[in-house]
Write a protein that binds this ligand. Structure first.
Ligand SMILES: *Cc1c(COP(=O)(O)O)cnc(C)c1O
Length: 486
């Protein structure tokens, strides 16, 4: 034992550590409480960026000093999605409850791969709540994971096993899979073609179907594509609908897609990454009619659900098929009826991850603390703000809306010569102003300022500030605004 040193990683003085811990908690709560006084985002000084290029620390640094670096060089230079002026991409705002839950989860340091422990029961509870919310049966399965990109990939793998049988796990798709084709719309998220790529089918095995004027999949074109593939000897196996498209928030006609999938014997998957949680609001839920008929559903708690990153979810109607896609018995994961190795099946039987974080805890805390009614009205509130913004744009001679507003996403532009260039400049200038942070997208070949109101902290005054700054920037960038055509 002469080599053994008594160094643990625990503090030498717990009282001092505790005091430092309380200061850290206070600082991050101050950040959230006073976030409106900060810019949404700010450019990162080279000095700050370079400070993260230092060599591996060889010796100790006081925790208080490391925390000071966090406060000075990390916290002020994050993306800013906790800020009410953040309206870019689709980012959740996080909550103080989620923050505390994540702290507790880190302290417990549970590994959610499996075993006989209540943390796994908490995840199962979250999955059952999700099944209840979306009208999935009691024997449906589910799993929390990083996000919908991963959940969509897992869904493609389950659909593959459902079509080709479990032998595909041994043989690969080369033998029987070569003729399988899947369908989604051109408004679908890029991670769906990536899922086809990663699962070995290849991107060409995904048919990209055009959308209608409301950016929903064109069902007539979809039907024709399926029939054309059938005639040419291919095997349609999967249809992927979108509930809340990433560009404009469009919702495919889920009920009609469910019927078509049933008719044609296709696995019906829904990418509901951000939109599915509209189900929490009684006012919005009817818009998602048909979601309960999906064979699988991917969605994120970290977007509209405001759970701190990351927290994606996959639900599978046929829990057994889900299990058969991933379960991989091995000697060192042997199950028992009693003791710590009981409680099979385990979460690791439903996906590729063995070590898994206790992300279920922050989801559970969020659903339990706020409850469906409050979360639902928060979600509906972001849609009300989007309608307000759309109305303001429509009434303004220098602004033009570029897509219908289905949920909480508004796409518009400042009308001028060279609109693509100017509107891209407006967005960069908005970011650098710290006032608001929308993103951009391209719709029908036109660059749009894209405002996704996801953050529960956003208020009408934040929308007004965005509009005022956009118009002022537009005017300053062009000498002569042109009135909109329509
Ligand atoms: C955000 C999003 C995704 C990707 O989800 P991640 O959680 O970022 O992996 C997929 N589809 C849609 C419609 C999205 O909005």
């Amino acid at each position: 034992m002469s080599e053994w040193s008594s160094d643990t990683l625990d503090p030498e003085n717990w009282d001092e550590f505790r005091a430092q811990g309380h200061r850290m908690l206070d600082d991050i709560l101050d950040y959230l409480e006073n976030i409106r006084q900060r810019p949404v985002w700010q450019p990162i000084p080279a000095l700050v960026r370079n400070s993260f290029h230092e060599p591996l620390p060889k010796s100790q640094t006081e925790l208080a000093d490391v925390h000071a670096i966090f406060m000075n060089s990390i916290l002020p230079f994050a993306v800013g999605n906790a800020h009410p002026g953040f309206m870019g991409w689709v980012h959740g705002g996080g909550t103080p409850v989620g923050l505390l839950a994540d702290m507790l989860s880190a302290g417990l340091n549970a590994n959610l791969g499996g075993r006989n422990q209540i943390p796994v029961e908490v995840e199962r509870q979250v999955i059952r709540w999700s099944c209840e919310l979306f009208g999935f049966p009691d024997d449906a399965s589910g799993l929390l994971m990083t996000g919908t990109s991963m959940a969509n990939l897992l869904a493609v793998l389950v659909a593959r096993t459902a079509r080709l049988g479990q032998r595909v796990r041994q043989q690969g798709i080369a033998a029987d899979g070569a003729k399988l084709v899947a369908y989604t719309s051109e408004a679908a998220h890029g991670c769906i073609s990536q899922a086809m790529d990663l699962s070995g089918f290849g991107r060409n095995a995904l048919r990209i179907i055009p959308v209608d004027a409301d950016f929903r999949i064109n069902i007539e074109a979809l039907t024709h594509a399926i029939e054309a593939d059938e005639r040419s000897g291919l095997t349609p196996f999967m249809l992927i609908g979108t509930a809340g498209s990433v560009d404009v928030g469009a919702i495919d006609e889920l009920d009609a897609l469910a019927s078509l999938a049933k008719d044609k014997g296709l696995w019906f998957h829904i990418d509901g990454a951000y939109g599915a949680l509209a189900m929490l609001s009684p006012k919005l839920a009817p818009r998602l009619c048909g979601i309960e008929k999906a064979d699988s559903l991917a969605f994120d708690f970290h977007k509209w659900g405001q759970v701190p990153y990351d927290a994606g979810c996959l639900l599978v109607r046929d829990g057994h098929m889900h299990y058969q896609t991933f379960a991989s018995p091995s000697a060192y994961l042997r199950r028992e009826v009693h003791g710590l190795a009981a409680g099979s099946p385990w979460p690791c039987d439903f996906g590729p991850d063995l070590s898994r974080s206790f992300r279920a805890l922050k989801v559970w805390f969020t659903l339990k603390t706020y409850g469906q009614a409050k979360l639902g009205s928060m979600i509906a509130g972001t849609c009300t703000l989007a309608s307000y913004l759309a109305g303001q744009i429509d009434a303004h001679p220098e602004l033009e809306r570029l897509a219908p507003v289905s949920l909480n996403i508004v796409c518009f532009r400042y009308c001028c010569d060279k609109p693509d260039k100017v509107n891209a400049q407006i967005v960069v200038a908005l970011h650098e102003s710290g006032i608001a942070a929308p993103s951009t997208t391209t719709l029908n070949g036109r660059l749009a300022i894209r405002v996704a109101i996801v953050n529960h902290r956003t208020r009408p005054s934040d929308i007004d500030a965005l509009l005022k700054a956009s118009i002022a920037l537009g005017r300053s960038l062009v000498s002569k605004p042109t009135a909109k055509t329509s």
